[in-house]
Write a protein that binds this ligand. Structure first.
Ligand SMILES: [Zn+2]
Length: 63
């Protein structure tokens, strides 16, 4: 767990969070994150996974 207590919001993941991303983008990728938040935090691995999935799911996705 990260020393500052900020960990990845993906279900079952305890890696330190590196990025804060719009929940909509993360949900679009299909990663299991808690709903109802404006932003979710992702670790490096899940951030890359989210981008990879969104590139496939959302052809116009940028960022
Ligand atoms: Zn993660």
């Amino acid at each position: 767990m990260a020393e500052d207590g900020k960990t990845c919001d993906v279900e079952g993941c305890n890696e330190p969070a590196e990025r804060s991303i719009s929940n909509k983008k993360v949900e679009a990728s299909g990663l299991p994150v808690p709903g109802g938040k404006g932003n979710v935090r992702l670790c490096r691995a899940h951030y890359r996974e989210m981008k990879k999935r969104n590139k496939r799911n959302l052809p116009d996705y940028v960022g």
